[in-house]
Design a protein around this ligand. Sequence first.
Ligand SMILES: [Zn+2]
Length: 132
Amino acid sequence: MRQEKIQQIRYALVQEMEKLLSIADNTISKLKNTDGQFADPFDQAAIETNKFVELACRDRERQLILDIKTTILLIDRGLFGICDHCGTIIAEKRLVLAPLSRMCMPCQEIMEMGSKQKSVRLSMPGISYSHA
Ligand SMILES: [Zn+2]
């Protein structure tokens, strides 16, 4: 991939990360504001639920921020676009669509097939100990 294109992706990633970081900041200040303001237990329960949802979202955001940071680091080290799994160069089309991909298409498919097989195995009826 051309250096120019990689820098374009890097720039977009930095923008995205800054956006995510500012959302995260807002969530933290919102959480502080709602702390202990309502004595009503139902309101309190609603607030707790909201908090839970927001924190779950923040977990996903945090993971995303981490992925973006890692990708920027890879770009800076000249390792961007190399499959984590087999070491071949990931197709440019794939990287443009999903710059955070760390695996080439074939490896990704193998991984997804593996996880599907695992979930099939888990959903199979196991040995039951309650025959009596
Ligand atoms: Zn691969």
